[in-house]
Design a protein around this ligand. Structure first.
Ligand code: GDP
Length: 335
């Protein structure tokens, strides 16, 4: 089934022309090809991405994370609308780690960002699915490139702040924004210290009604907590700010700070340095994944591994020597 070729596919050039013209229908169809696991589509996807590459990169890539219920979709709806009134074209992509494990998804079940999705200059693409985070990250990364080639100059990549996917999103964005709530400890919000450390900005959302006082308290607490971390390589001191996404308060402040960040990292060279680093990292991540896949996917290897496991347990062979033998076997297998 893998080499089955769907009948409705166009030529690579048709997709390339469509994407470069900003044709939303062809953009969507090209993304479907990127998300496909068919061999014929994989080749087509590579040709499309390769061809549009010179038209990519001219955007601000913003990662947005926070636990379910913190207000991500409400925030993105308000933020996206603001950006569009300022003349930007905004693409919203999501990485939903839950869809890898179960059929359900945390982000995708409800109708999200309804008003934004009706605007001509917004493009919303729900989470790509896949069996590995690396696979999903590849698809989201390439989808991002297609969106840039189609003229979207702001890319928002959203993820649920509960697992490893934040690191993947951080690894493909220029600015990382963490949404939090007041009145709940870090543990309660399931936010790990590592995620706090990645944040260029923390937004205390739902700073409205009875929550206003607590939100200011939380803002001060998080601001202090962030000061404990060493200054990031970007030279930017992370900011903690308050917002009410439902009342549209503080949203413009977030954008102003992102502009300040961009000016800083453009002038100190970090923006380009980070982008270059991310591109190289992306290649190595793929090499590592592919090597692992080849190694553990080989029948000879897995047979030999189970024999060696027993020999290690009975102290017949040392773990280091066993590993060495496995690598030798691997080399022979692929000679
Ligand atoms: P997500 O799961 O992170 O995408 O969260 P949602 O955007 O779906 O928001 C969860 C709930 O919080 C919804 O009922 C929203 O209306 C509500 N909410 C979101 N932002 C705010 C806010 O700024 N203030 C208040 N009071 N409620 C909000």
């Amino acid at each position: 089934m893998k080499d089955y070729k769907p009948k409705n596919r166009l030529t690579a050039q048709d997709y390339i022309n469509g994407v470069l013209k900003g044709d939303r229908v062809l953009l969507s169809r090209a993304i479907t090809i990127i998300e496909s696991s068919l061999d014929s589509d994989k080749k087509l996807a590579k040709d499309i991405v390769q061809a549009v590459l010179p038209a990519t990169g001219n955007s601000m890539r913003i990662g947005i994370t926070g636990v379910p219920g913190v207000g991500k979709s409400t925030f993105i709806e308000a933020f996206g609308k603001l950006l569009i009134t300022k003349g930007h074209k905004v693409a919203i992509l999501s990485i939903d780690p839950s869809s890898q494990r179960s059929k359900g998804s945390i982000l995708g079940d409800k109708t999200r960002m309804e008003e934004l999705s009706n605007l001509e200059n917004a493009y919303i693409r729900p989470s790509a699915s896949g069996t590995t985070l690396g696979g999903v990250a590849n698809k989201t990364g390439e989808t991002m490139l297609l969106c840039e080639a189609a003229g979207y100059d702001i890319i928002l990549i959203e993820t649920v702040g509960v697992g490893q996917s934040e690191t993947a999103v951080h690894g493909m964005t220029d600015f990382f924004l963490l949404l939090m709530l007041s009145g709940a400890g870090d543990e309660l919000q399931g936010i790990k210290k590592g995620i706090m450390e990645m944040a260029d900005m923390v937004v205390i959302n739902k700073a409205d009604g009875d929550n206003i006082k607590n939100s200011e308290l939380a803002r001060l607490q998080y601001q202090n907590a962030l000061h404990i971390f060493p200054l990031p390589e970007s030279g930017w001191t992370p900011i903690v700010t308050k917002a009410s996404s439902t009342n549209n308060i503080g949203i413009d402040r977030v954008w102003n700070d992102i502009i300040n960040y961009k000016n800083l990292v453009d002038s100190n060279g970090y923006f380009i340095k980070n982008r270059n680093h991310q591109k190289i990292r992306w290649m190595y991540d793929n090499i590592n994944e592919e090597l692992k896949h080849m190694f553990y996917g080989s029948k000879d290897i897995s047979k030999k591994l189970s024999v060696l496991e027993k020999e290690i347990i009975s102290s017949k062979i040392s773990p280091v020597k066993a590993a060495q033998q496995m690598i030798e076997t691997f080399k022979k297998t692929f000679q």
